[in-house]
Write a protein that binds this ligand. Structure first.
Ligand SMILES: NC(=O)c1ccc[n+]([C@@H]2O[C@H](COP(=O)([O-])OP(=O)(O)OC[C@H]3O[C@@H](n4cnc5c(N)ncnc54)[C@H](OP(=O)(O)O)[C@@H]3O)[C@@H](O)[C@H]2O)c1
Length: 348
């Protein structure tokens, strides 16, 4: 009987998402089609660590939040045997950088070039450099997976890639930022903007810089990632027309409600004369719209397809466990692609 593969994990970034993912791997243990051990953790300001201390042969990590691509490259080399066997995986969960998606893109590039697969929850790489990174992954025969980057644990990329072969995604519309949806919901209920935002920060759901949520940047990054991956676009978050929720008052949200409408921050994309166009904007939706019915942290995405009409997917319970699960599911996807003949066997 073939045993399951054993992955060696390099965590680049070890905040809310990565810590929850590490715990979830332990909790789910025997339920998973792989085993995993952590061989290194690299952070932005707290240094780095390996199983048995930091080897003198490895360069010291940057501790000012700048790129650690050189450390990722050195770690891949240090774990060459696991990399050659396709068992080395870089789990990239650094903070979203909205200027250019760095240093995450450099981390992903260094890991793939060093023979590691990459699993990330960071939207930056798919939002700014999807085509390049996907091409690199293909050329080195490694996986570049990012299911947790959009809609936490909901398998939106896998849904399309695995289960809708040949189906074209022509448009989408959705509520894909939990923090702003929670704020809009709470404003309707008389809770202040600042209290509602603080609740999301305390739950570890708001971005490290919460203005990225409030000003619509997080939703714009997700919109760009969805367009690049599902609609074969080549956009960055800066090309998405964007609006935030900072200026929305409780009075406005309640006035909409009084007219049987709800104010929601809607991310959408379509094509204009063949060119993909994306936007993030506040919309007054009729109360029976699927997006209007989302409360708090709930998310939903409606995909407009050429063959099957609209397909909607709703996340009723988003959060850290769901995002962590997306990382686990990406690892499981890599495990399923390891040829059985290469795994060690045990006697039945
Ligand atoms: N939280 C969520 O619910 C959620 C959901 C979906 C996707 N995401 C995405 O997942 C990613 C992580 O989110 P999080 O909530 O875990 O963030 P977080 O708690 O702020 O953690 C970020 C981690 O990245 C590290 N880091 C920053 N710069 C680095 C660098 N140059 N090299 C190595 N490590 C670096 C930080 O280290 P220091 O603390 O030492 O600086 C920290 O360990 C983000 O891209 C976010 O957009 C989050």
């Amino acid at each position: 009987l073939p045993l399951t593969p054993t992955f060696d994990l390099i965590f680049v970034g070890f905040g809310n998402v990565a810590r929850r993912a590490a715990r979830l791997l332990e909790e789910m243990g025997p339920r998973l089609p792989f085993t995993a051990r952590t061989v290194a953790i690299v952070t932005g300001h707290h240094g780095a660590t390996c199983e048995n201390g930091w080897p003198a042969t490895l360069p010291p990590p940057a501790t000012d939040g700048s790129s650690n691509a050189h450390v990722v490259a050195a770690l891949a080399e240090h774990h060459r045997a696991a990399a050659d066997e396709g068992r080395l995986i870089c789990v990239e969960t650094t903070v979203l950088d909205i200027r250019a998606g760095e240093p995450a893109i450099s981390h992903v590039r260094a890991a793939l070039s060093g023979g590691a697969h990459v699993v990330t929850a960071n939207k930056g790489p798919a939002a700014f450099a999807y085509a390049d990174l996907a091409a690199l992954a293909l050329s080195v025969e490694r996986q570049f997976l990012f299911e947790g980057a959009v809609m936490d644990g909901i398998p939106i990329f896998n849904l399309v890639r695995e289960t809708l072969p040949g189906v074209r995604i022509e448009s989408f519309r959705g509520v894909i930022n939990s923090t702003t949806n929670h704020i809009l919901t709470m404003l309707e209920r008389g809770v202040t903007f600042d209290v509602a935002l603080r609740e999301m920060q305390e739950a570890g759901i708001a971005e490290a810089d919460p203005m990225l949520d409030v000003e619509g940047w997080d939703a714009a990054a997700k919109t760009a990632a969805l367009m690049n991956v599902l609609m074969d676009a080549r956009v960055t978050p800066h090309e998405i027309t964007r609006e935030g929720v900072r200026h929305v008052s409780a009075k406005e949200t309640r006035a909409a409600r009084d007219h049987n409408q709800r104010l929601r921050l809607v991310a959408s994309a379509g094509r204009s004369r063949g060119t993909p166009i994306g936007r993030v904007q506040l919309e007054k939706l009729p109360a029976d719209d699927i997006l209007a019915r989302l409360d708090g942290q709930q998310n939903a995405l409606v995909l407009g397809t050429d063959l099957l009409g609209d397909i909607a997917i709703v996340q009723r319970h988003g959060g850290l466990t769901q995002t962590a699960f997306a990382i686990v599911s990406d690892l499981a996807k890599i495990a399923r692609q390891v040829p059985l003949s290469t795994l060690p066997h045990r006697t039945p």
